[in-house]
Structure formats: structure tokens, C-alpha cells
Design a protein around this ligand. Structure first.
Ligand SMILES: NC(=O)c1ccc[n+]([C@@H]2O[C@H](COP(=O)([O-])OP(=O)(O)OC[C@H]3O[C@@H](n4cnc5c(N)ncnc54)[C@H](OP(=O)(O)O)[C@@H]3O)[C@@H](O)[C@H]2O)c1
Length: 300
């Protein structure tokens, strides 16, 4: 099968299209014939070595949508099931991937739209749980136009919270359409948020990083009820860095996928697709940090 792997840390140029044996599922694993792989910032951060030591050759990509192609003896999926979820061992940019972390893909949702859900829903819901956002509270989301931020806006709005969301100038309307009050990020962001919420904000979810935590701490008057998924300086500032531990929230992924399929939740933009052989270009685009719409690798 065709797959992308890399033999050393580096830029997008280290990614190579190679031929590998088709993997065999064991135990509770299934083999998924990958239709599209989602591109996440974590893919290029791992490729650059930011996540620490790595065995080589390494695969890349962990978010997939596809069709179950073979099932291990203890698997709960059947051949032919359409699924979304996580590829084992960061080997998602491939024609076939093994997985145990899957949710059903709604039949009416396209594969490129479906692959926008797992990581975004899993991460956004987890961050909101940590913050304990309740109906009537005011929440700030930094990076509200991004994959995770857009999902966080809609999940928070569904709980009855008021949401103020940061984005670039060109994505202000996108954030409004998601249900949040938009402000531009960058210099003066704390003042712009204060102008919208003069009595203060109850919680802050940093879904983008880029040094927003100083403004967040200023707005909250301390580090209470701030969480980041993206700022490497979180620990030195005393802010929790959130990353879901102990397996994905597959029930939430399934629920959000249905909401997207039913038109009750929206994706921030249309998918931007690259063929498997152009995985490097897909990661290069993700590295611009200004994505609108999911970057996907179309495999099958
Ligand atoms: N900890 C975890 O478990 C976890 C899970 C998933 C993602 N993440 C991290 O979360 C971050 C976002 O991921 P994603 O997939 O949502 O990325 P994405 O879709 O590429 O979105 C990036 C977002 O960042 C915004 N942005 C760009 N420059 C900014 C700036 N200077 N200040 C504030 N916002 C800025 C973008 O807004 P515009 O497009 O409007 O410029 C956009 O909303 C990444 O760092 C990723 O690694 C962490």
C-alpha cells in the first residue's frame, strides 16, 4: 500500500511516499481503508521533533475517515462500516490504517467533512469540561475560526454560554456565523474583549496560542478558569495545558458528527484537499496557522 513516512525530523521535505505491507488487525483492532486523512497541527509538530523522541521510520497523521476493511477477532465493527476516528501509531496518511478508536460516520456526511470532527470535537469538549462552562456565563475562545475553536464555540453555545471569539479580520463573519461575538486577535485584544464584556469574562479557552495567555490572565485577573491546548509556555504562566488522556470521547465525536450531518453544527469552511503524494504541501498549508476549513488528504 502507499503511505507517507519520514526517517528524520525536519521540514515538509522529509515526508516520503513509500510502499508498505498492508497491516493486519489483531485483537480489537480493525483495518480501515482510508478515504481521507485529517491534517492536524500536531502532525507537523511531531515531524519537526517538538513532541520528543520518535522511532524511525515514522508514520504521520492520526485522524481518519474510511471504511472498515478487515476486523480483528475482538473488534466490534463489521467490514463495510463507515467510520471516523484515530489511526494507530500515527500512520493515518496511508491507504490502510489500523484503529481501535472509532465512531460511526453518518451516512449523509461526506468523508472530507466527517474527518473534520474527531479531533476538534474531542478536544473542544474536553477543554470546555475542564473550564466547567455553564449556561449564562461568558466564555472567550481564542482562535474561534480554527478547527478546534469553531467546535468549541458551538458546543459552548449549545450549553447556553455567551461566547466572544477571536479570529483574523477576514474571519470575523465566520465567527459570527458560528454563534460567537467576534473580535480580532493581536495587540489590544484584551481592550476589545473588555469593550464587549465590561463586567468581565467567566472563562477563557485558548485554542490557538500565539501568546494570548498574557491577555487571558489580564482579563481574568489571574489564572483561574483559563485553559490552553496550544501554548507551550502554559506551565511557566501557571495555566493548565489540556490534552485528553485515556482515550477519545467517542460518544461526543459520534454526537457532533450527527449534529454536523443534520446541519445543526457547521464546519468553519469547506475542506481543502490534497492527494496522498502531496502530503508535504498539505502540512505546509497547515503550518501557515490560518486555515479556514479542514485540510484533508484524499486517499481513496
Ligand atoms: N492539546 C491538544 O489536545 C490539541 C488538540 C488539537 C489541536 N491542538 C492545537 O490547537 C491549535 C489549533 O489547532 P486547529 O486544528 O484548530 O488549527 P487551525 O484549524 O489551523 O486553526 C488555527 C487558529 O489559530 C488562529 N490564529 C492564527 N494566528 C493567530 C494569532 N496570532 N492569535 C490568535 N489566533 C491565531 C487562526 O485564526 P485565523 O485563521 O482567523 O487567522 C485559527 O482560528 C494548534 O496549535 C494545535 O496543535 C491541541
Amino acid at each position: 500500500m502507499k503511505a507517507i513516512q519520514f526517517e528524520r525530523f525536519g521540514g515538509p521535505e522529509v515526508l516520503a511516499l513509500v510502499d508498505l505491507p498492508v497491516p493486519e488487525p489483531t485483537g480489537a483492532q480493525v483495518r480501515v481503508a482510508v478515504r481521507v486523512a485529517g491534517v492536524n497541527p500536531a502532525d507537523w509538530k511531531r515531524r519537526e521533533g517538538s513532541f520528543g523522541p520518535q522511532q524511525f521510520p515514522a508514520g504521520t497523521g492520526f485522524e481518519i475517515a474510511g471504511v472498515v476493511d478487515a476486523a480483528g477477532p475482538d473488534a466490534s465493527w463489521r467490514v463495510g462500516d463507515e467510520v471516523i476516528g484515530w489511526a494507530a501509531d500515527n500512520r493515518g496518511y496511508a491507504e490502510y490504517a489500523l484503529s481501535t478508536q472509532l465512531a460511526p460516520k453518518p451516512a449523509t456526511l461526506s468523508f472530507p467533512d466527517a474527518v473534520a470532527v474527531p479531533v476538534a470535537a474531542n478536544t473542544a469538549s474536553g477543554g470546555l469540561e475542564v473550564l466547567g462552562v455553564k449556561s449564562g456565563e461568558t466564555l472567550v475562545i481564542n482562535g474561534a475560526s480554527g478547527a478546534v475553536g469553531a467546535m468549541a464555540v458551538q458546543l459552548a453555545r449549545a450549553t447556553g454560554a455567551r461566547v466572544i471569539g477571536t479570529a483574523s479580520q477576514r474571519n470575523q463573519q465566520v465567527v459570527r456565523d458560528l454563534g460567537a461575538e467576534p473580535v480580532t486577535y493581536g495587540d489590544g485584544v484584551a481592550e476589545r474583549i473588555r469593550a464587549l464584556a465590561p463586567d468581565g469574562v467567566d472563562a477563557i479557552f485558548d485554542c490557538a496560542g500565539h501568546g494570548f495567555l498574557d491577555a487571558a490572565i489580564e482579563l481574568r485577573g489571574g489564572v483561574d478558569r483559563i485553559v490552553t491546548i496550544a501554548d507551550g509556555a502554559a506551565a511557566e504562566k501557571g495555566v493548565p495545558f489540556y490534552s485528553r488522556q485515556g482515550g477519545a470521547a467517542l460518544d461526543i465525536v459520534e454526537r457532533v458528527a450527527r449534529l454536523v450531518a443534520d446541519g445543526e453544527f457547521r464546519l468553519p469552511g469547506a475542506a481543502r484537499s490534497y492527494p496522498l503524494a502531496e502530503a508535504a504541501a498539505a502540512q505546509r498549508e497547515s503550518q501557515t496557522g490560518h486555515g479556514l476549513g479542514k485540510i484533508v488528504i484524499t486517499v481513496g
